[in-house]
Design a protein around this ligand. Sequence first.
Ligand SMILES: [Zn+2]
Ligand SMILES: [Zn+2]
Length: 95
Amino acid sequence: MGSNIDLRKFQDTEAIENAFGALVSGKKTGYKTVIERKKPKPKCNKCGRFGDEEQKFCRECGGKMVIPMTNCPSCKASIEEIDKFCPGCGFKLKE
Ligand SMILES: [Zn+2]
Ligand SMILES: [Zn+2]
């Protein structure tokens, strides 16, 4: 007996929805890393008073306001205000 097996393949042609829209394209995931470094406050070279950022001369004694160095101008190592020489490279910081 010849057995004819009719295999009906039901291919459901479902409409493929483009779920991937252009929504992704316009989406920006950028992180702005703003590094704000606080400027060291100027200090009077006569009486040692700290002043405002824009201040040029001392209110008390008229001395010149100088911004203390926080990094070695030579090797950029962090230095203390009292350091006379850079601990990193030996750069002379003060006269
Ligand atoms: Zn002063
Ligand atoms: Zn140095």
